[in-house]
Design a protein around this ligand. Sequence first.
Ligand code: HEC
Length: 417
Amino acid sequence: MGFTLLRGAALVLALFLAGPAVAQDLSGHAGPVSAMAATQDALLSGGFDGRVILWGADAQSARRVLRFHDGNVTAVAILSDGRFVTGGQDGRVAVWADTDQQPALVTAHGVSPVSALAVASDDGRIAVGFWDGRVAILDPDQGEIAATQAHAGRVSGLAFLTTGDLVSVGADLRFTRWDRGLAPQARAGLPDLPNGLARAGDRLAVIFAEGSLRLFSADGALLPERFLSDRPLIAIAATPAIVAAAAVDGAIWMLAADSLQFRAGIPADTGPVWALALSGDTLFAGAATGAIRRYATADGTLIGGGLTAAVDTFHDGSRGADVYRACAICHSLAPGDHSRAGPSLHGIFDRPIASVAGYAFSPALGDLDIVWTPRTVAELFEFGPDAYTPGSRMPDQRVADPADRQALVEFLERASR
Ligand code: HEC
């Protein structure tokens, strides 16, 4: 399978590096974060840049960067055994084991993009919704086991109930509950265009294009509703206690899941928030800049991160060390430490590209004739990884300021020895 490089101008956004006083966002994607899922142990994000990033439980370092889908990663979900699943604009669904660089299971290129994913907590069945209204059920080991034309239009949300039944909402303004064989069990009409669905305990929370959020019973009976915005709501996440929703301008609300009482709000900031995820006391919000912000669910305060381990060890107070913070989420400087998404940068200079032992590089890098020197590393972040090292999994990012690039390579010359 070939990799398609994404060179759309909108996707090639410069990564603005945070200064020392700024709370540490998770800056991995180049361009908006389009999908997220969280468990107690991991956070999974997909981007408009086509990358999938698996973050560690500390939410300070990226464990893996995967590049597989052609185009936007439109939906992601985590299985209870730690495997995870991604769906793309390319219509494909991939099931991944945490440790592999290639998916364990891939469906064929679909005729229609994937628009929603859900995972059953009891048996790991995966529900996939498509833009053309189809819903398929996959076994994570065997692939498709059932499919139906569920809606006349985009499937905008899917959720499994604890009973094992599946609920879907679609652009045909319908709510349907399905049994394991995808036979319809209950149907209801929706008052407006649904944009997403999440399960909150035994109820279903649905966001709408008109800016409202509504709770439904498993049979589609309307429970409390709240009008939050005059803008479309575009992202939702829920636990049995909290429902979080984001509007297209980036404003976020956290509401009590039973009553939809207001708990906390986060004002609009850097543009649309296309993805939200909840884990424990933390809300993750994917920004249009590619950063992932963390907020306390109790009061909506932004959670700062402090320095990552690698910077702690090697930070020498220089500008270059600050610039390197954006790299430390993925690159250790300790010899042979490839535990983050990228290889250790220990001994990087005078080494040919993709040559350090113990790291599984993308095959495409083997064809490149680059030796890493202060000049070539500076060029890598002047032109960006997609242009300089085509096929790289490293998210496209730039260090725009020549003085910052110089400070970065000078820091690396000291710290990579
Ligand atoms: C979100 C994760 C991520 C971030 C952030 C990141 N990288 Fe990378 N980097 C990677 C991955 C993954 C690879 C391996 C690419 C591949 O195999 O396709 C890589 C490869 C590299 C390589 C080539 C290594 C070799 O041995 O050939 C260099 C050099 C590098 N990165 C430097 C940096 C620097 C400097 C920064 C900060 C400005 C940075 N990276 C930020 C993930 C990241």
